[in-house]
Every structure is written in structure tokens, then in C-alpha cells.
Design a protein around this ligand. Structure first.
Ligand code: ZN
Length: 301
């Protein structure tokens, strides 16, 4: 009996140069690199420098240096090229515009001109601090999408199928289910300042780059449901997902770029070895922390 050939594993690490990398990123990237290595797969580095207001070239340089110093190696990326180049999102606008057009033509998205103030007045508080409130649907019935030749000037929202349950199996957290219209509302795929939204760019890039497994932080579990809806609308296959536990600080806050003392750059400059940093990221209980007291502050979730 013939069996279809297994698609070759393709994973990615996808940092955003809006600040210095910290231990939380390192944990996720370590797991991504390990999973790719275990399966004899390819690891891709994608530079998620989509937002010109927040991303800076000096952070991109620091990010690449820090990753190399930690021992990460990738076979496709912005620094080394590859068959699916370019690997920096700022150079991939053409792909995102094509997807926007496809979604517009098929009626999946609509222009939204609600102001922040409009939304704040009707919004119910989101269930968790990391998430956006469910969009109340004010512009949902608009029928003027076809009048836009370019996405700029309005927000574009994806119309979620109300009441539908979006299921997926996470390879770490197990079975997941989010209800469209309740857990997640109509989300933005293109911003009025003419920047494609994270959700759209990630889905387009993962599909274009033939990613077979997405490894990222648990803060994106709900976004995975959004992305599955987008992939389906675009007629693309869904990759596998592995969401990682988040690293938290001594107060239980998840690490953010404001935790400068836990940036890789800072730890490195204060004398930590790459081994110390990797251990701290992986276990939360690093060895050799006596000389680097900031590593002692890491507490696992
Ligand atoms: Zn609106």
C-alpha cells in the first residue's frame, strides 16, 4: 500500500525588532529549534518588521547578533536568503496586498471607519488583558468593499462566522475550541495607516514559506483560531501548532520588552554565558546564577 510522502518539516522563528530579545523569546525559539532538529527539518528565520512606527534597524541587528551568540542557526533568513525570500516582512507587501484583494473579492472582509472612541463606548471588557474586545459589528453590513482599489485609509475587518466553533489540537496544550463572535470578534487584517495587521501577514507568510509547524508563545492561542479562519478563507492549508508556556517574572507578569534587565543583551554584557541564558530560558532554574542575580528572578509559570 502506498502512503503519501510526509511533508518535510519546516519551522520558523519569527522575532519582531521592536526591542531587545529577552528570555521569553529564547525559550520559544529554543523549542522551535529543537523540534526542527529532532525531525530533521528546516528552520527559517523571519524578521517580523512590519510596523514602521515600532520596528528599528538597530533592533534587527541586535536580534540577529543575540541569536547567533546563543548558538541558533537557521538555513533560510534575511541574512542568508533562501527559496522563499524575502524573509523580512517589510519587503513582502506585494504578498499581503494579493491576499487582501482575494479576501475583498470573496466578501470576507469589509471596510471599518469606527474610531477608537466609537469602539471604546460600546466595547465590553475583554476576558483577559492580552486580548482585544469583540468588535460590536457597526460596519459589518457595509457593501462598499469593491469600491476600494487599495486597502489604505480604513481599517479592514474579517467577518467571523458567528457562533461557529473553531477547533484545533495544540501539540502542547491539547484540544482547543474558540467560538467565533463570542471569544473573538471581527478582527483587523489591514490597518488604516496602511500597515497589514499581524494576523494577515503571519498567515500569508506561513503559507508562502510552506511552514508545517508553528511554535510560538501561549499568548497567541486565541489568535490561532483567527488565523485558522483566515487560512480557510484564503484556501490555504493549516500548519500544526505548538504553543509554549510563557516565562514570567518574580511578580507573575509575563516578560515583555520593558524587562530590560532580562534582555539577552544585558545578561550577556553582565557576564552570563550563552549556556546560562539558555538554561534560564528553558528551565527557569538556572545554574550558576550567583554571579547573575537577575537570572534568579525568573520564575516558571
Ligand atoms: Zn466600524
Amino acid at each position: 500500500m502506498e502512503t503519501a510522502p510526509r511533508p518535510t518539516y519546516r519551522g520558523r522563528i519569527a522575532p519582531s525588532p521592536t526591542g531587545l530579545l529577552h528570555l521569553g523569546h529564547v525559550r520559544t525559539f529554543s523549542i522551535a529549534a529543537q523540534r526542527a532538529a529532532e525531525q530533521g527539518g528546516t528552520l527559517i528565520l523571519r524578521n517580523e518588521d512590519l510596523d514602521p512606527q515600532r520596528c528599528r534597524p538597530d533592533f534587527t541587528r541586535a536580534m540577529l547578533e543575540d541569536l547567533r551568540w546563543l548558538g541558533f542557526r537557521w538555513s533560510e533568513g534575511p541574512d542568508c536568503g533562501g527559496p522563499y525570500a524575502p524573509y523580512s516582512q517589510s519587503e513582502r507587501r506585494g504578498f499581503y496586498v494579493l491576499a487582501w484583494r482575494k479576501l475583498r473579492d470573496a466578501g470576507f472582509i469589509y471596510p471599518c471607519t469606527c474610531s477608537r472612541k466609537d469602539l471604546a463606548q460600546v466595547a465590553t471588557a475583554p476576558n483577559d488583558a492580552d486580548d482585544e474586545p469583540v468588535y460590536p459589528g457597526r460596519c459589518r453590513s457595509r457593501t462598499d468593499a469593491a469600491q476600494f482599489d487599495e486597502p489604505a485609509g480604513v481599517n479592514w475587518r474579517f467577518r467571523v462566522p458567528d457562533g461557529e466553533k473553531v477547533y484545533f489540537t495544540d501539540l502542547h496544550f491539547g484540544q482547543q475550541c474558540f467560538v467565533a463572535g463570542r471569544d473573538l470578534g471581527d478582527f483587523v487584517v489591514w490597518r488604516r495607516d496602511d500597515v497589514p495587521a499581524y494576523q494577515l501577514a503571519v498567515v500569508v507568510d506561513d503559507a508562502e514559506m510552506r511552514i508545517t509547524e508553528v511554535v510560538r508563545g501561549a499568548d497567541l492561542l486565541k489568535s490561532t483560531a483567527r488565523q485558522i479562519l483566515l487560512l480557510r478563507a484564503l484556501g490555504e492549508e493549516t500548519p500544526k501548532y505548538f504553543h509554549c508556556d510563557l516565562v514570567r517574572d518574580q511578580n507573575g507578569q509575563r516578560l515583555a520588552k520593558r524587562h530590560d534587565s532580562l534582555s539577552i543583551r544585558h545578561l550577556r554584557e553582565s557576564g552570563a554565558s550563552s549556556g546560562d541564558v539558555l538554561k534560564a530560558a528553558e528551565s527557569g532554574l538556572p545554574t550558576g546564577t550567583a554571579s547573575h542575580p537577575q537570572l534568579l528572578d525568573i520564575k516558571d509559570k
